[in-house]
Design a protein around this ligand. Sequence first.
Ligand code: ZN
Length: 423
Amino acid sequence: MSSPNTTAPRHIRLTSHSGGTGAPSLLWGAANPAVRGPVVGTTTSREHRNVIGTHSGSYSVYRALAVAAGALSRSHKADLTNTSPTDAIGPYPQWSDPERIVSLDPWGAMVADVFAEELKAGVDIRPTIAVTKAHVILPEVIEAVQKGRLKPDGKMLLPSGAAMVTKAAIEPVWYLPGVAKRFGCTETDLRRVLFEETGGMYPELVTRGDLEVFLPPIGGQTIYIFGSPRDLANPEVELTARVHDECNGSDVFGSDICTCRPYLTHAIEECIRGAQPREAGGRGGVGLIAYSRKEGRALGEVTKFLVYNARKRQVGGDTADQYFARTECVAGVQDMRFQELMPDVLHWLGVRKIHRLVSMSNMKYDAITQSGIEVGERVNIPDELIPADARVEMDAKMAAGYFTPGEVPDARKLKETKGRELE
Ligand SMILES: [Zn+2]
């Protein structure tokens, strides 16, 4: 393995000026993939690049480290043999509406098929979406089987509690004019702020107005489908769905200050039951979990833990009436998740109706319905699944407009709802 110090060019290649005329054209929202053109974020043949930024989201930085450490050749080209999707998704009519999907590439899983010619001609086109199959085994689902809430059907849910899923990983691909429109700002302002707030990381944002697509260095999404992916696009088939934002502390480590994991596993149970055949006590539909990497309301985990300390140490202790104020003190805002881009993944899947939305968030509900997807029933988290210390979060959110079929806590109740002490 050679060191990049010996193979890398001595001069720095700026990407802020047009690299030439070799780049395939990219017409966002075109129905025909040949007209739409591939997303090319390669760092090797820069004359082919037609986007700002590069692939793999935040992991692009690790790729740079691998090159710097001499572990990865910068000319490595992915061998995509046998990597094609296990299930075909789309194309759906939503794919050809340039305003319906602005934060992912709907053709991202199919590049080997639809851009076969360009690939053959040597253009380094990478999939931004991968679709595979898996068994998921969760203690909460095993418990649901043991307690008789779920009945194994031998196909979708095994007696062991393992559930069969189709899953997809999705990297962010932003069509800047569309993203700006979603957030009600001008494209010029969006480009400038993205440039400045990343410490000037992508000069093309301000120098290359001709490049309209940006591969941002952020986390993407993972979806889990219970049942047939095709059924997601059929409004006649009952869809149970949850859109969930990452919370490592609860989702993975079982921290009890919030309801994230209990809500997620409750939703998975609902999705399994929703997709199981009626003979097995199911609803004969399809289930979907869309998981977004937006740790700690997209404020990050450091901010989140600072807020926990501020909440627990404030005079009077951790009370529901101060829940949002404490986040705002540390972060400057209550929430940076901005659900505006979230429905894109649903449109990629062809979803037109969610019969049962397993979420109480008014922000998610509003974003989904405003994007043109009909929502039927809203399913809340059962009270017995809310950890005692998470009551503060739950009451504060319900008072702020989260959906609840029960009573909305008033100002007096919010002062009374108190969390555990720090020590
Ligand atoms: Zn959480």
